[in-house]
Write a protein that binds this ligand. Structure first.
Ligand SMILES: [Zn+2]
Ligand SMILES: [Zn+2]
Length: 169
């Protein structure tokens, strides 16, 4: 996912658009498998930096943390990033000069950027629906479909144990 910026960096206000298929090998996330992931970028020469606007989009197949059912969701991760020139190289404006890894002279490689964007956007939990009821710990039934007979029994002993603990304290 490398972009040759030798032309765009010469002309103030120049704009170029790119689209890359993101390789499966770099698009990993806990509990999810990505499909047809794409990186769309518009690069704009803003005099002292190159502005990259775009999004990562596609489909993710994930396992629900609560009910273990597989579900599909749309991925849309918009971003804006600046790449600055320094000593002939480009790097993101967020990096400080010491820790920045300069990009090759006329080339920006978006591989690391894509990996980081996917990681930063990964949800804390994968849920098939916000109020997923999960699985009954007693009989293993998926409680999203129907309440099982033991649901009440499974809940009550726990509540009883809790109130017992509270009494003892
Ligand atoms: Zn679920
Ligand atoms: Zn049950």
């Amino acid at each position: 996912m490398k972009i040759d910026v030798s032309q765009i960096k010469k002309e103030i206000g120049a704009r170029q658009q790119y689209s890359f298929a993101i390789p499966d090998s770099i698009s990993r996330s806990e509990g999810c498998r990505f499909k047809n992931l794409w990186l769309d970028i518009t690069l704009l020469n803003q005099v002292d930096y190159l502005e990259a606007n775009g999004q990562i989009h596609g489909i993710a197949e994930c396992l629900c943390d609560r009910c273990l059912t597989e579900f599909t969701k749309k991925i849309e991760m918009p971003f804006t990033e600046r790449f600055r020139t320094h000593a002939g190289g480009y790097w993101t404006a967020e990096d400080d000069e010491e820790s920045a890894a300069p990009f090759a002279h006329d080339e920006i490689d978006f591989t690391r950027f894509v990996k980081e964007t996917i990681m930063l956007n990964a949800p804390m939990r994968n849920l098939c629906q916000p109020d997923c009821r999960g699985i009954c710990p007693e009989c293993g039934a998926n409680l999203n479909f129907a309440p099982c007979g033991c649901e009440r029994q499974a809940e009550n002993p726990r509540m009883a144990a809790l109130s017992q603990l509270l009494k003892e304290e």
